[in-house]
Write a protein that binds this ligand. Structure first.
Ligand code: GLA
Length: 484
């Protein structure tokens, strides 16, 4: 009965903010991680060209997001102006160009007197600013949390402050994706879904896999009262923070684990693969943070893996949940080290399994169907444990470095390889059609008889599998007409 109730609850789609946006996590590029305040119209236009040339737009990254530092003064009429030295054309011609290229345009402000880089914020100017964004053709607003004039500290106070902009955006009549950046404060995971399409869950990410830093002060991931989410939060810190409420994300509104660091240079290739896999599995937005005009080839082969992106863009939109955290492993010089296993349903009746070796040595990790399906029923009681599954490795067909180098040099058009074009066929249709590029490479089987999945995983690496049930198993999650 419990499992029936659970599956009924899971199968009713979340309606969220009801602006029709964010059916799957947003994908795109944001300048902040790599370029900070060094923004300009040339940056946006040259980056959008790279998104097209490298095929990144077509693999799904279609939002071009301008972060802080674009603002001029606020005029006597109450309307915000644009820094004319950085954006001499103004914003509308930029959004027009992006739209012509099949891209969407996002901007940034703060629910405060000032933004985090101390430019004009939008607090108490929500209506005027939302009107400006709409008139500039903006499709997305990232809304930050700095300098809120003391209006924070309870869920209700923060909700009201963020809701003012939600209502102002709605009143413009333009479809604008609303992305909250309140760093997990005031239990945003409990109310973000009601007014927004995504909400940040932590302080700012930095380019380290697991190094603790005093600036990311919320070291106890179970403490919901973290007073200073801060910056310098590692990949594993953010993952541990969201683990307890990762299920709050779903179609229409997503937990935002912050922009990606892939390609920035501070982590190993294994660590970047782990970072990207976790963000995809937990259904975080996938927002490239590197300067893609100088992207390393290896980073491109992570960011453009369609089998992993298909997990993130899965039509049922269920974030993977953690089924194991084992702290009893070799620690590194920071005292950090753990193993985690994440698992979750994929359309139509597949299951994602993500094994994360965050220990300080290579490890052999073993799991079984009972553990993989523990959220469907304890101790092997879940019906899913009775089936046989084909195991598909989602990283086995990663693009070669040589191919990525060719693409970065000559552009995707001059290349003949069969990369996935989601602009032509969206992930949902590709999955429904059983496109091999989205399903990964079959490497074996797991069944109730041979129930063990045992794999060697390098230090700070992952294995990411799609377990495919035989076709005669009924789909576990029906999609509504609207979702189909
Ligand atoms: C905050 C946000 C970052 C970025 C900066 C800009 O720190 O969390 O993502 O937008 O502000 O100033």
């Amino acid at each position: 009965m419990l499992s029936l109730l659970l599956s009924l609850a899971l199968s009713s789609p979340t309606t969220a903010v009801r602006n029709g946006l964010g059916r799957t996590p947003q994908m795109g590029w944001n300048n902040w991680n790599s370029l900070g305040c060094d923004v300009s119209q040339d940056l946006l236009l040259s980056t959008s060209k790279v998104l097209l040339d490298t095929g990144l737009r077509d693999v799904g990254y279609n939002y071009v997001l301008l972060d802080d530092c674009w603002q001029g003064e606020r005029g006597a009429d109450g309307y915000i102006t644009v820094d004319a030295a950085k954006f001499p054309m103004g914003m509308k011609p930029i959004s027009d160009r992006l739209h012509d290229d099949g891209l969407l345009f996002g901007m940034y402000s703060s629910a405060g007197e000032l933004t985090c880089a101390k430019h004009e914020g939008s607090l108490d100017h929500e209506v005027a600013d939302a009107q400006s964004y709409a008139s500039w053709g903006v499709d997305y607003l990232k809304y930050d949390n700095c300098y809120p004039l003391g209006r924070s500290g309870t869920p209700k106070i923060s909700f009201d402050r963020y809701n003012a902009m939600a209502q102002a955006l709605k009143a413009t009549g333009r479809s604008i994706f609303y992305s909250l950046c309140s760093w997990g404060e005031d239990y945003v995971h409990s109310w973000g879904m009601s007014i927004a399409n995504s909400w940040r869950v932590s302080g700012d990410i930095y380019d380290h896999f697991n190094r603790p830093d005093i600036l990311c002060s919320c070291t106890d991931p179970r403490d919901p009262h973290c007073a200073a989410p801060g910056t310098h939060c590692s990949v594993m810190n953010i993952v541990n923070r969201v683990a307890a409420y990762v299920d709050r994300g779903g179609p229409g509104g997503w937990n935002d684990l912050d922009m990606l660091e892939v390609g920035q240079g501070g982590m190993t290739d294994d660590e970047y693969v782990a970072h990207f896999s976790l963000w995809a599995a937990l259904k975080s937005p996938l927002l490239i943070g590197a300067d893609i005009r100088t992207l390393p080839a290896k980073a491109l082969t992570i960011l453009n893996n369609p089998a992993v992106i298909a997990v993130n863009q899965d039509p049922i939109g269920r974030p993977a949940m953690r089924v194991r955290q084992d702290m009893n492993v070799k620690k590194d010089k920071y005292g950090e080290g753990e193993v985690q296993i994440w698992s979750g349903p994929l359309y139509p009746h597949d299951q994602l399994v993500l094994l994360v070796n965050a220990a300080d040595e290579d490890m052999t990790i073993t799991t079984d169907l009972n553990e993989i399906f523990v959220h469907e029923g304890p101790e092997g009681s879940a019906p899913q444990t009775k089936h046989k599954y084909a195991i598909h490795d989602l990283w086995a067909d990663r693009m070669s470095d040589r191919e990525a180098e060719r693409i970065l040099k000559n552009g995707i058009k001059s290349d003949s390889h069969a990369w996935y074009n989601a602009t032509e066929t969206g992930y949902k249709d590709g999955l429904l059609a059983g496109d091999e590029r989205l399903l990964g490479r079959k490497i074996g089987e797991i069944s109730p008889k041979s129930a063990e999945l045992k794999v060697k995983i390098p230090r700070h690496g992952v294995k990411m599998y799609r377990l495919r049930a035989p076709g005669d198993v009924p789909a576990r999650y029906a999609l509504t007409k609207q979702e189909l």
